[in-house]
Design a protein around this ligand. Structure first.
Ligand SMILES: Cc1cc2nc3c(=O)[nH]c(=O)nc-3n(C[C@H](O)[C@H](O)[C@H](O)COP(=O)(O)O)c2cc1C
Length: 403
């Protein structure tokens, strides 16, 4: 089994308590008393929240992470801009920038990525996402339906590959047309970014099967993860692709002992409940169209006032973060030794790429770098590109012209 570790940059603000907490870092804190030097960054200051993200990125690469995931949401900092700003402050870190096909035309995405790749030594990874909520899509001006968005994404990637690998690419699709464009000159030296995607609806799995190097999941019980991997692998085989890989996003609360780690999970949980996070999650649920994860179904069956310990769905796998609205929802909670054992368990199921992060991201990047990643020294593979899927037949490929 191959294995690689990335982390995540908090584009929605940082806190060791809860996202949105008044004690949050930088100008992401919402009123309330400042926590110290890093709180209250404002436009025009010498240092801004992006400088803090830069510190986390440096900490991540110094501690041996191969890359950092950045989530794209209308409420957060825009990830492609952030990774462009941070690329030259870092040396090796790959940046996984999420975007939706409607954010760019295929050509703009291709040209922007080619320039970025040339400037950074191919350190860009794309996470092509398609929205989990129709209501939020409409807020930002996208009125296409769920399945339509995936059909558009499939064409988007066909056209991106066509432009990337040809100088004279023609395409006549439902969503896109192209008449003779393509990367030329020095831009051709850049590598197409590695493609990640996520989403567990059938159209999302089909899109991944055709176009993704890595299919990303939020952590669930190992049985659910195993089943999803098997399904997407089978779908990829239909496109002649034997080597699609799998990524798992999971937070980590780890300490020297089980008791210390559990005490920290309890602290998060109790604070979240006390601050009304459970009601806020319920209010947001109405906006969401994405599949409920297996453990979320169990939330309703919990006792009236569940405790943090009611949310272990597997040894050391804790869904309490989801209950109090902290994405991705699941965390590994336990001693360093047990967290390493659980990572190995998910790795054996077929997870090649782990996105590990904790709060606060800066300090926890050091903790993970000092106590978890060293156990995998000598086993790391970096990112691996899979076999390209064939471009749809309706793409009329003019091939390279040398023009
Ligand atoms: C690791 C990971 C990262 C994700 N990043 C984003 C993101 O940056 N922005 C976003 O809107 N959705 C993100 N998602 C959500 C999915 O892309 C997708 O929209 C959601 O799972 C619903 O898809 P579905 O309705 O097709 O199942 C992410 C999911 C995973 C597992």
């Amino acid at each position: 089994m191959s294995i690689e570790f990335f982390t995540r940059l908090p584009l929605h603000g940082e806190t060791q308590y809860l996202p949105g907490d008044p004690r949050n870092r930088g100008d992401w804190h919402r009123g309330g008393p400042s926590t110290g030097a890093v709180s209250g960054f404002a436009v025009g200051d010498h240092f801004t929240y992006i400088d803090y993200l830069g510190q986390i990125a440096r900490a991540a690469e110094i501690n041996g992470f191969g890359g950092a995931l950045m989530v794209n949401a209308p409420t957060g900092e825009e990830p492609w801009t952030v990774c462009s700003l941070l690329a030259r402050e870092t040396r090796t870190l790959k940046f996984v920038t999420a975007f939706q096909p409607y954010h760019y035309t295929p050509w703009v995405a291709v040209q922007q990525a080619a320039t970025y790749q040339r400037a950074t030594g191919n350190r860009l990874v794309w996470n092509i996402i398609n929205g989990g909520s129709d209501a939020i899509q409409r807020q930002v001006g996208d009125y296409s339906g769920h399945d339509d968005r995936y059909a558009r994404a499939t064409e988007f990637m066909d056209v991106v590959r066509g432009y990337w690998h040809n100088e004279n690419f023609h395409y006549d699709g439902t969503y896109y047309k192209a008449d003779g464009g393509g990367l030329r000159g020095p831009l051709k030296k850049a590598e197409l970014p590695l493609i990640c995607t996520a989403g567990s609806s059938i159209p999302a799995r089909e899109f991944a099967a055709k176009h993704a190097d890595y299919y990303l999941m939020r952590a669930e019980h190992p049985d659910e993860v195993r089943a999803l991997i098997a399904d997407v692998r089978e779908r990829a085989l239909k496109y002649g692709r034997h080597d699609i890989r799998f990524g798992l996003s999971i937070d980590v609360i780890t300490r020297e002992t089980e008791d210390e780690a559990r005490a920290e999970a309890k602290r998060f949980f109790d604070e979240g409940v006390a601050r009304g996070a459970v009601k806020a999650v319920a209010a947001h649920a109405g906006l969401r169209t994405a599949r409920k994860l297996s453990y979320e179904h169990g939330y309703q069956e919990k006792a009236e006032n569940p405790g943090y310990e009611d949310f272990f769905i597997h040894p050391n796998v804790w869904a309490g973060f989801g209950y109090i609205g902290i994405p991705p929802g699941c965390a590994l909670v336990g001693s360093y030794a047990n967290v390493v054992a659980r990572i190995r368990e998910y790795n054996e199921l077929g997870i090649d790429l782990f996105f590990l992060a904790g709060y606060p991201h800066l300090e926890e990047a050091y903790r993970l770098g000092e106590h978890v990643l060293p156990h995998f020294r000598g086993e790391r593979d970096g990112l691996v590109k899979s076999t390209d899927a064939p471009i749809e037949l309706r793409a009329v490929n003019g091939g390279p012209t040398g023009a």
